[in-house]
Design a protein around this ligand. Sequence first.
Ligand SMILES: [Zn+2]
Length: 359
Amino acid sequence: MDETTQMLKELTDANGIPGNEKEARDVMKKHISPYADDVTTDHLGSLIAKKTGKAGGPKVMVTGHLDEIGFMITQIDDNGFLKFQTVGGWWSQVMLAQRVNVMTSRGNITGVIGSKPPHILTAEQRKKAVEIKDMFIDIGASSKEEAESFGVKPGDSVAPICDFTIMNNEKLMMAKAWDNRIGCAIAIEAMKRLQNEDHPNELYGVGAVQEEVGLRGAKTSASKIEPDIGFAVDVGIAGDTPGVTENDAKAEIGKGPQILVYDRSMVSHKGLREFVTATADKHGIPYQFDAMSGGATDAGSIHLTGEGVPSLAVTVPTRYIHTHAAILHKDDFEHAVQLFVEIIKGLDADKVNEITYDS
Ligand SMILES: [Zn+2]
């Protein structure tokens, strides 16, 4: 496994649920620190790595988010089964019978979201989705006391289990938490490739916390940084699987990162969007336009900081997001990194002024 693939594996295998991102943050810190002048956090735990190209130059914030969707234990019942709260957006149909790690203070405990065998379901029940409120996690405890003796407590985070896997087509990689460790990976890799390059700005590579519950860490980290330009780097919807129409989602994996023109949290900044697409065109980097009326990214928080920050979301088309096993294409990662390297090299004070005041 090459160094970059190893980083992708470490990032996605780490567990980081909203409000409990330490493990993912430590992995990001390990990989970005060699290329940053300074690594700090905000008070909620978002990681902020700064690399100064030109001191006093415009501040450019490139933000992935550390958290992945998961669950939180709310109660242990008398028979040792765990009730939970979803943390982030889950669809009930992708949850049943999935393996999970309960992150206790004494380490991870493997469990499964229990389900009834079809043998005892009526014809009517088989047609219906089970409601999340009726689901539970089985950790193999036979009583509340035994579950407690394993170290389980209300408030413990629960993370999906799906080991990082390179598929038979080696360009395709399956993992949990692509949403959004791929954004963290792009921030790391772009900073790495700028090691021996001039860039006329101060670059901030950020791993924000609590995106999945409302773009929260992006808000606090942007308050600390006070950026002049903001980017969210996240996963986008891939529409290239059976049953998804072009009308639902148009992007295909392997065809380049997505430039998100519109989402629920933000209207993309016209001047910044035009600068980014011109940069991609100039360097022959493929990209796809997309819009996501039903989703949001951290750029939704960043662009409302202070007097406003010209911002854009750049996403990597990904299949099966918000499930245990998502798939993306290595070329899209590579092209997103190339794009950010060129963007950052081009964002000098004059260009940022032009983008901010002249578009
Ligand atoms: Zn998400």
